[in-house]
Design a binder for this molecule. Sequence first.
Ligand code: SF4
Length: 165
Amino acid sequence: MNYSVIKYHDIANGTGVRTVLFVSGCTHHCKGCFQPQTWDFNYGEPFTEEVAWQIIDSLDDPFTEGLTLLGGEPMEPENQRALLPMIRKIKQLHPDKNIWCYSGYTYETDLAAPNGKAHCEVTDELLDSYDILVDGEFKLEEKDISLQFRGSRNQRILNMKELRH
Ligand code: SF4
């Protein structure tokens, strides 16, 4: 997996102050996407173990509330597999921090369903690790700049702790 950028102390993509990882690769190709360069799975830099540890260690900061996964599409199956080892480490070392994930896939049909188009062998573990999933493709005709944490009205902010436990 490649990534385009990591933001530290970000306040725009989830609650509180956060570390935000923008992964590369997205097959949705939404009209009006705010960063189409990230559709390419080869865009940006390789997501190495060292990079993963920089992210994990950034959560040592007491003012950082958690991590947000953005893209691109973090829930493309190949990206899920690349993210899982880091997410496992975060759950182990920083159980008090929360994890948000933005996905263009729809939770029930594409991710949670065993035959969903982005469901793979690691999807359930990832979904169980997230606190919040913001799901659904960006729809230009439903764009609303007044929405908090979402780009278009069709997208949902799902509390995964309530949905999955
Ligand atoms: S899911 Fe996100 S990154 Fe992918 S095309 Fe849609 S808006 Fe762009």
